[in-house]
Design a binder for this molecule. Sequence first.
Ligand code: SF4
Length: 469
Amino acid sequence: MLFLSETGATRTPDWLMPRNFDNHGCYVISLGALTQWLGEQAEALGVEIFPGFAAAEVLYNKDGSVKGVATGNMGVGKDGEPTDAFQIGMELHAKYTVFAEGARGHLGKQVIERFKLDEGKDAQTFAIGIKELWEIPAHQAKPGLVVHTAGWPLNDDAFGGGFLYHLKDNKVTLGYVIGLDYANPWMSPFEEMQRWKTHPAIKVHIEGGKRLSYGARALNNGTPQALPKTVFPGGALVGCDAGFLNAARIKGSHAAIKSGMLCAEAAFEAVAAGRQSDELTAFETGFKASWLHEELWTYRNFKNWFKKSPFMGKLMTGVEHWLLPKVGVDSPPWTLHNTVKDHTKLRPATEMAQISYPKPDGVITFDRLSSVFVSNTNHAEEQPPHLTLKNATVPVQVNLAKFAGPESRYCPAGVYEFVPDEAKGGGAQRLQINAQNCVHCKTCDIKDPTQNIVWIAPESGGGPNYTEM
Ligand code: SF4
């Protein structure tokens, strides 16, 4: 664990390391490879997987319970009209439908709203993680080495940090996570990540290597206080679609897997008993009795301390996860709450300092477009944009006028660009949406200050193809 200044790095002594950073005995693997392997195991058990189809719509029974999902229509032109290749989507009906779309799932968001699953819960809070995969010279490889960083390049206005894992086969995966509750609209998470790589303590791991892949994804900042009710008639939310990530431990895959297992056990029991379309309450009770609940509850204050200030975050992480366990207190006796949504935190551009980022060198640092290229993102050309606006005037009249167009900076794929509006002339600008670049991170759906951007599923499951990430 390194605390970075602009040029220096201070290593936290092992004896002072809070327990949340203890990763001894864990495995360093590619999540993309694990998912692929799990898919093969599931298929061998007779599970049918439809990778080329996105679930585009939730279907409901007459009694209001979830009936299943519909896949999107295919062969719709850019103008929204059917082309010669038009094919209507399929309806998939189920006794129980489990939503596992990751943070801010576009269907999960709808069921949370419809069934008021977040009523009485803390406001969910998110971060954006930007990640790259590198191949490095063999003599630099240290398989199993894990480095986490705090400090530079972020200042005290933002929450976040870096991670770097040495994998097998001379590969390194590294990235940066920034809380989406930041206030400065001039901030660019993509550029912060690029400049973080130039720090001597990070650069030394990838120098002489080659970037193989790039990706970005929003994640929950996970407190159990913000977990919505996870069950509703006919279905459930699991993994980051609900928000099971443990931000303090900087990991969520274990929590996603466990929540899926608990939900599967509850669904299996219900189907075996001849039930369907009711609430899988055994999932919620099973979670409360599990090690996962105990783990998340132990770390429940982590992010909320950082919301007070980075200083309080560091201090209280030390108190709660280094000091208290030493005196026999496993779980802190206090609970913090958050009521503020991330999109309300942006301040007007005129109130915040502009940030000037260095130009990419094409060796260690890169621009957005070359990054999207190595994310293997692919969308069918002829389709309506899957980034939709509730009100087409808001980007210029609110986002550009008040916040200097933050979507052109927080989007890690260069999807949003303000360009001259030739129809209007006189220096007017308009928002151009390059939807084909979208890496499906969901940041715009979360951070847009007026919640005017709505992410919908593109055709045919198009999007990034992360094979080894
Ligand atoms: S358009 Fe939205 S979802 Fe797509 S990459 Fe940009 S911020 Fe992420």
